[in-house]
Design a protein around this ligand. Structure first.
Ligand code: 13P
Ligand code: SF4
Length: 324
């Protein structure tokens, strides 16, 4: 530990289980600068569970899955919100707290699901299935949300679908999330063909191999995984639900079939659990770094703006979800 710079040494304690001592000096200066800038600018950092540990554990004020970030964004009182996550998350924060400055450190931090569908596609689905409500995953642009009746996240999709009290819904754009929810409800679900480029890469064969190589391992899979993967897993839930599962059940060995930083972030809290780590990186989440969070605060960039007419309709879809 003597290799650690005195600067930020106590912060290092939070991440020492997942960041080797020789790497910490690379992060320490940016961490200290961000903490200072947050005070100067009356800013908070909201970080998704897929952010790297030095962001998640050292500079974030609020962490969670998409649902928690949306709920908490609504009540932020600080002047500035930096969203350490992908663009749709920053848009959702802006929709729910429009008077705040919401900064996304890299505007290219997108999402393959958000890219899989346009507002025009949603209008065509509405024409094709008149009267069938449209449930849209939050992993979409504000323009797509604006064409939708209600949003959902992986944490509340079943509850949202069933809250509508209809026999049939359209669920956009994640085909696998729609198929996974369809196995849990009597509501008929019409899906779109969008996929998460990170979760679609896991296969049932991966799970079988893991069980062979690591006897007794508990397998948790995000619902954006293929239905065949989810059905072979021991548990499926949102990133927050997976994290809570580990905290509650304390499995001796666990594998999280999801983005790589999840295991690091959860492992910090649970030294008694062995994490097996085949994982896939989300290139969009990984565009957010300490350096660009610092620059966002120093230079007030990149402020999220949404056309007010679109924002009004998109906000309604998100607020309906939050009311479920
Ligand atoms: P959660 O809402 O479960 O955090 O998922 C967000 C996401 O982008 C998963 O890939
Ligand atoms: Fe989008 Fe998948 Fe990355 Fe989540 S992990 S932000 S769904 S591409």
């Amino acid at each position: 530990m003597s290799a650690i710079l005195p600067l930020g040494a106590s912060l290092y304690d939070r991440v020492r289980r997942v960041i080797p001592p020789f790497e910490w000096p690379v992060f320490a200066e940016d961490v200290e600068a961000i903490l200072d800038l947050k005070r100067q600018r009356n800013a908070v950092v909201l970080a998704h569970n897929y952010q790297t540990p030095e962001i998640f554990h050292c500079v974030a004020d609020i962490v969670g899955d998409s649902l928690a970030l949306a709920r908490k964004a609504m009540t932020v009182e600080a002047d500035v919100i930096v969203l350490a996550g992908v663009h749709f998350m920053a848009e959702t924060a802006k929709l729910l707290n429009p008077d705040k400055t919401v900064l996304i450190p890299d505007t290219q931090a997108g999402c393959s699901l958000a890219d899989s569908i346009t507002a025009e596609d949603v209008r065509l689905m509405r024409q094709r299935y008149p009267g069938v409500p449209i449930v849209t995953y939050v992993n979409t642009s504000a323009t797509v949300k604006a064409e939708s009746d209600i949003c959902c996240t992986s944490g509340n999709a079943k509850a949202v679908v069933e809250s509508l009290n209809v026999p049939r819904v359209i669920m956009l754009p994640d085909e696998y999330l729609a198929q996974n929810i369809a196995t849990q409800t009597d509501v008929e679900i019409i899906a779109w063909k969008g996929h998460c480029e990170v979760h679609e890469r896991f296969t049932p064969a991966d799970i079988r191999q893991l069980r062979e190589d690591h006897p007794g391992v508990t397998v948790l899979a995000h619902p954006e995984c293929l239905p065949d993967v989810v059905s072979e897993a021991d548990f499926s839930g949102s990133t927050a639900a997976m994290s809570e599962y580990v905290g509650r059940q304390k499995p001796p060995r666990v594998v999280l079939m999801t983005e790589c930083s999840m295991s690091d972030n959860v492992a910090v809290e649970h030294p008694e659990v062995e994490f097996i780590r085949p994982c896939n990186l989300c290139p969009h989440m990984k565009r957010i770094t300490l350096a660009n969070i610092r620059m966002a605060l120093e230079q007030n960039r990149h402020a999220v703006t949404i056309d007010p007419e679109i924002a009004g309709r998109a906000r309604m879809a998100v607020e309906r979800m939050l009311a479920v």
